[in-house]
Design a protein around this ligand. Structure first.
Ligand code: PSU
Ligand code: MN
Length: 300
């Protein structure tokens, strides 16, 4: 018999049945992307802002052998504390089978959203092609190419190779929209020098393109929203700190899934918290924009 692995929270289920707006949220950013107590605080703020914009939040995680779509407040707390596995698509079945507690990445969260018909998902930054000569490419990219979900983010994380990530998205047919920007945002910074495919000014405009792309029966859409200007960290500064962080990661022999959390944490240390403040601000802002887009999509 096929194992039943997905459980949808009743509030999320009600919204989906009613055709009301729902926004998926990931949990790797809570468990691995941010230090306590900011992680739990921002997870709650993201859910709250989605609600205040009239949509239902659906934070995704792996608990007790199930992929859970929509969590109770106490479950959000469990994810923010203690040992939690980082679950991407290659580790999803293992985490489920072993009944371990897991935080889902963009790739795994997109899969869950697609399974239950959630079309909009908000996060901070997507994974992408890592810098350097290796072949570390996040599973977030093939997920975007194949799963029918719009991911609202502030671009690929600044620790990545942005030009290569941009090329990858083009090759695999992922439309990249710029929300009130002509340039691909660079996570902590508002610009990267790389173009988006199309600038959109309003949620309705984004929703129309998303609806059309999803009707093509291909994969997802990337909606990129720059970090709020007040919390921006200039790209040159980020790159200088990143060089130091990479040297430290190299000296420690870090690679694979531990690399992204290590680099984000090192940048927060070197910047005396400036990158952390940028990360928190963009997460909440992206959740709000995603909720507005989900609202526009539901008034079809
Ligand atoms: N966005 C953030 N912080 C994070 C992440 C995203 O602001 O920590 C997570 C996402 O879950 C993304 C993952 O899917 O990092 C990418 O990890 P990797 O490069 O190992 O694929
Ligand atoms: Mn990787």
């Amino acid at each position: 018999m096929k194992p039943q692995v997905l459980t949808v929270h009743p509030h999320v289920q009600q919204a989906l049945v009613a055709g009301a707006p729902v926004v998926a949220l990931e949990s790797t950013v809570i468990a691995h992307g941010l230090p306590a107590p900011h992680n739990l605080d921002v997870a709650r703020r993201m859910e709250a802002v989605v609600r205040s914009e009239g949509a239902t939040p659906a934070t995704v995680a792996v608990l007790d052998g199930h992929v859970r779509v929509g969590l109770e407040p106490a479950e959000l707390e469990r994810l923010a504390e203690g040992e939690v596995a980082k679950v991407s698509l290659h580790t999803l079945a293992v985490t489920l089978t072993r009944r371990a507690i897991g935080a889902t990445t963009v790739a795994a969260t997109m899969w869950a959203a697609a399974q239950v018909g959630i079309r909009v998902f908000a996060t901070g930054g997507i994974g992408g092609v890592h810098r350097g000569e290796g072949w570390d490419i996040s599973a977030d990219l093939p997920a975007l190419a194949t799963l029918p979900v719009a991911v609202v983010c502030s671009g690929p994380k600044a620790i990545l190779d942005l030009p290569r990530t941009r090329e990858w998205l083009e090759t695999w047919g992922v439309p990249v929209l710029g929300y009130q920007t002509d340039e691909l945002p660079a996570f902590f910074s508002r610009s990267s020098g790389l173009p988006v495919d199309c600038r959109v000014e309003a949620p309705e405009e984004a929703a129309e393109i998303i609806r059309t792309h999803l009707a093509l029966g291909r994969g997802g859409v990337l909606v990129t929203v720059p970090v709020p200007a007040a919390q921006e960290v200039p790209a040159e500064q980020v790159l200088a700190w990143l060089a130091e962080a990479e040297a430290e990661a190299h000296a420690r022999g870090l690679s694979g899934p531990t690399l992204t959390p290590f680099l984000l944490n090192a940048l927060a240390r070197f910047s005396r918290g400036a990158t952390l403040q940028a990360n928190l601000a963009l997460l909440v802002n992206n959740a709000a924009v995603a909720a507005r887009i989900a609202g526009a999509l539901s008034h079809a």
